[in-house]
Design a protein around this ligand. Structure first.
Ligand code: CP
Length: 317
């Protein structure tokens, strides 16, 4: 594996999940792979889980790890070519990226959608510049349009908790006070469409995701109908994708919050969320604290998804 930006990079998904579950049983078995290798993690945005789990994954593999927070201590970076740099940005990404590549063997990048220009976001302008100019294998730690380490961890978690061969998995929009990118729901849809699950997406009208991610998934605008018989409920907020409302909040309707009453419609479903989560906006205290909530084991599996991806990259260096 040279890059990891979406589900296709994993190849055979069943084999990838099997490999991840094997790694989970003995996470230090591949320590030799990372000896004298350096993992650089570059963050343009905040993180708790991605930062800790990916660093831990690199350490499990015997790697040295460096974390660079672009907005805390690094020079302010210009990302547009052709700009006269007479403002507050000291360095251009076109020098900074190859320099970063000099100091490491693998680079993880977190660069969220900025909601200023849909085309720039959906062309993954920053992530793709790292792929093009760093000279090193690059993986996404959540980019503008996808969060494939999260979705891989989500699939591993579903595999561990499922009680039927083909569970019903519902991705539901839920309200949030701020405009959030579509990266998590996009990648979750991308993975669920490739997995052996009955996949349904529910959201208010106007919150349709990109067709390249939704593909053949069922869309149900009535959340109660969608939740009926669900084995897994995956809640997430996202801002509007479709024009002319790209990046806008169209609803904060708390009737979409996942509550005990909503969970009662399901087949005693497990509750999932990528975290961080806004309690009593996305999900009530009662649901997230219930035995059906698997948000913590889901977060724990972020170490395993990251380790599987980094291991595959190391094997191809
Ligand atoms: N789920 C996730 O990526 O969490 P962080 O934003 O804290 O890394």
């Amino acid at each position: 594996m040279k890059t990891y930006t979406n589900v296709k990079d994993l190849g055979d998904l069943k084999a990838a999940v099997k490999e991840a579950l094997e790694i989970k049983k003995n996470r230090y078995a591949y320590k030799h792979l990372g000896e004298n290798k350096t993992l650089l993690m570059v963050f343009f945005n905040s993180s708790l889980r991605t930062r800790l789990s990916t660093q831990k994954a690199g350490m499990n593999l015997g790697m040295n790890t460096i974390v660079l927070d672009i907005n805390q201590g690094a020079w302010k970076l210009e990302t547009e070519r052709g700009v006269i740099m007479d403002g507050d940005k000291t360095e251009h990404l076109l020098e900074a990226i190859p320099v970063m590549g000099c100091y490491c063997d693998i680079i993880g990048v977190r660069a969220f959608a900025q909601f200023e220009n849909k085309q720039d976001d959906y062309e993954e302008k920053i992530l793709n510049q790292f792929i093009k100019y760093s000279g090193k294998p690059v993986f996404s730690m959540e980019a503008a349009t996808g969060h494939p380490l999260q979705a891989f961890a989500d699939l591993i978690t579903i595999e561990e908790y499922k009680k039927t061969e083909r569970p019903k998995v519902v991705l539901t929009w839920a309200p949030h006070p701020k405009a959030l990118p579509q990266a998590v729901p996009n990648s979750f849809a991308d993975f669920m469409n490739e997995a052996d699950v009955d996949f349904v997406i529910t959201h208010p009208e106007g919150y349709e995701l990109g067709s390249q991610f939704v593909r053949g998934a069922k869309i149900e605008y009535d959340q109660d109908k969608a939740l009926a018989g669900a084995d897994f409920v995956y809640a997430k907020n996202w801002a509007a994708y479709t024009d002319p409302n790209y990046g806008k909040i169209l609803s904060k309707d708390r009737a979409w919050t996942i509550s005990t009453e909503k969970m009662a419609l399901t087949n005693n479903a497990y509750f999932m969320h990528c975290l961080p989560v806004r309690r009593n906006m996305i999900v009530t205290d009662e649901v997230i604290e219930s035995p059906q909530s698997i948000v913590i084991p889901e977060a724990a599996n972020r170490e395993i998804s990251a380790q599987t991806v980094i291991k595959r990259i190391l094997e191809n260096l």
